[in-house]
Design a protein around this ligand. Sequence first.
Ligand SMILES: Cc1ncc(COP(=O)(O)O)c(C=O)c1O
Length: 372
Amino acid sequence: VPAKRVAGLPDVPSRALAGLGVELLPLRGAPVRPPCPEVMAAVARTAAAPRTPPPRGLLELRAAVAAALEPELGALVDPEREVVVTNGSMQAIAAAFLALLDPGDEVLLSAPSFFYHGLIELSGGVARYVAARAGEGYRPDWEALDAAVGPRTRVLVVTTPANPSGYVFTDADAEALVGLAARHDLAVLCDEAYDVLVYDGRRHLSPFREPELRRRGVLVRSFTKSYAMGPWRIGYAVATPSLSDAVARAAAWLTLEVNSVSQEAALAALGTPRDWLPELVARYQQNRDRVCEAVAALATIDCHVPQGAAFAWLDLRRLGITAERLVHEHGIPAVDGMHFSVPGFARVPFGGPPEAIEALCDRLAAAATARG
Ligand SMILES: Cc1ncc(COP(=O)(O)O)c(C=O)c1O
């Protein structure tokens, strides 16, 4: 009999869709590209002479990550003591919660929220949600978050660009975040997995540029979206030396280390110009515009125009159907809003070829007239 802490968890929603046996439109929430020759060469070299990497990750990779981050953060990052390479950013998040939470500690999140709850529960913590401001593109409600801090609140999670809402932090948000964290002495988990997918000429501005956050936070990034390398499963955490020690210890107890082939692939990708990125972002923006325009023409489904990430966040409350029906009756890879702590909504990815986007628009139109 499985333990209660696992028996009570749902399957990871995005992965559960693949196991349903339903033929779904080929839409994705993250880009995937074939490896470039530099990555292929690194993979072949490493596979021919594999070595066990250090628990925190190959120092060359940590150094390259630190060098890439420094201009963006306007601060030095110590690759030896402040960077931990992980098995996707998911493991960085898991290790951060394990490092930060004692049993019963509370984690504050802005809803809709990416599904951190499974990792919070596995770490013995309790997730507490505060509704974001829907009318402002789902900006976190800083006043309401402040009011929700209780005696057991230990960690605040922020995601920018946000999954599923696509909200992208401004300088004012970073300032509000700093004030809130400092006022209540909270640790901050800052998830920037979608850093490259921002639209309409916006720039991703990491809240980690704030020294106060670097003192009390864990920054999480990933090669999944930023380098279109999801299946390689490489992410990383950046934090102060003492917090990095705790994150690294938790990560090492989970997986000892991360396989060196993927680490070398990530290192090679970091060293290769991302000349493909502007076109990819432009394509995602076009897809977003097409899907939002199609939804705007429907009387029973609503959505806002996301500022970043790769999802349409559909309001199905007027239509009165669930994401499950979008999946089973229309083949749309929708995840129910309840997994993001907001029932009545559905998350639909808009990464994919034009034919799949057109099919999505047609199928949403068909679903919008569904009844019962
Ligand atoms: C906001 C966010 N953070 C973290 C992750 C985990 O990504 P990965 O483990 O592939 O780096 C995801 C995956 O979709 C995500 O959407």
